[in-house]
Design a protein around this ligand. Structure first.
Ligand code: AMP
Length: 320
């Protein structure tokens, strides 16, 4: 019988600060890409000179800001494994479609800085769009096939924007480890493919979804929800729970398990975009549920687009 494992609800850690070099005593916010690259190099050199031991050197947590406990779980995972943690806040215009929420995406830099500094981040990179994409910028990173699946089907160009910005960020800071949340499971598959295809020297750590106590996956976009919409949005995690329960009772046929969840998503206040069982690496549909399968959904509640998923782990455990 598979056991259920929930994502962590709050980061619990008491990390050592990177006190090896007084230039990095306090978190610094950098806006200029060239300066970020230079400081990452200096930080690496300082670590190489001062801290032997089992910890890896640099971990990196890219975000779009409006930080919540999900983002901080990524930082905590890095603080537990790495000598120093880098983070970025960049609302990446390249990954938003023309009708999407780029202009109104929440921007809370001062509060984010305080949270990241408190969490022990050494360097925060927060560039302006013009610094990342100066006039004439014309390179794009396309992970073919994968980029068109799940959210990619309704958000053309979204994953091209994600892959382009993450490659730029990785080349600037060259971390040993990139931390990503399972919440964006298609993004994980696409960036894993990109890192492998381009022989990047970065390993991936995937952090389970952090949820509110009532099951709603934390998301910066939850800030858009009215109280009524937030109540409606609980149907997403309830539907996934139903499907996971069906799997736990022995249902292996994906379509039959999905049907168990679909009933939860019938509300007129909710527009389901997709509910699918796919292979977590290829994002292609699977007929049978088993280790390596991802059950993912996207839905609109009012004007807000929300995603959620659960993963069946290699040992048959469900990670919701
Ligand atoms: P975002 O700021 O939405 O681009 O997210 C930045 C990173 O945080 C991505 O790797 C997300 O998958 C991750 N993340 C966002 N929400 C959660 C959550 N509720 N639990 C775990 N990771 C999350």
């Amino acid at each position: 019988m598979p056991r259920f494992r929930r994502g962590r609800s709050s980061p619990a850690h008491d990390p050592p600060q990177p006190r090896f070099d007084k230039r990095f005593y306090n978190m610094r916010t950098i806006h200029d890409p060239a300066e970020f690259r230079r400081l990452c190099r200096e930080l690496r050199a300082a670590l190489e000179n001062s801290q032997p031991g089992p910890l890896r050197r640099l971990g990196f947590v890219p975000t779009m800001g409006a930080l919540h406990a999900g983002h901080l779980a990524l930082v905590a995972a890095s603080r537990a494994r790495d000598q120093a943690t880098l983070a970025s806040i960049f609302v990446n215009p390249l990954q938003f479609g023309p009708q999407e929420d780029l202009a109104r995406y929440p921007r809370t830099l001062a509060a984010d800085q305080a949270a990241l500094s408190q969490a022990g981040v050494a360097l925060l990179f927060a560039p302006a769009p013009e610094a990342m994409y100066p006039g004439g910028f014309s390179t794009r990173v396309e992970v073919e096939g994968l980029s068109q699946r799940l959210c990619g089907a309704s958000r053309p160009g979204h994953f091209r924007g994600v892959a382009t910005v993450v490659l730029k960020l990785l080349l600037l800071c060259r971390p040993e480890t990139l931390y990503l949340g399972r919440k964006d499971a298609a993004q994980v598959a696409i960036l894993r493919r990109m890192i492998s295809d381009l022989n990047l020297e970065t390993s991936l750590e995937i952090v389970p979804i952090v949820r509110d106590a009532d099951g709603l996956a934390l998301s910066s976009r939850n800030l858009y929800l009215s109280p009524g919409e937030r109540a409606t949005a609980l149907a997403l995690s309830r539907a996934l729970r139903r499907i996971a329960d069906a799997y736990a009772r022995g249902e292996r046929l994906a379509q039959r398990a999905l049907a168990a969840g679909r009933a939860e998503l019938q509300s007129p206040a909710l527009a389901l975009e997709y509910l699918a069982a796919v292979n977590a690496d290829s994002l292609l549909p699977v007929e049978q549920l088993g280790p390596g399968a991802l059950v993912a959904l996207a839905a609109r509640v009012g004007a807000t687009r929300l995603i959620d998923n659960f993963m069946i782990l290699a040992d048959g455990e469900v990670q919701l």
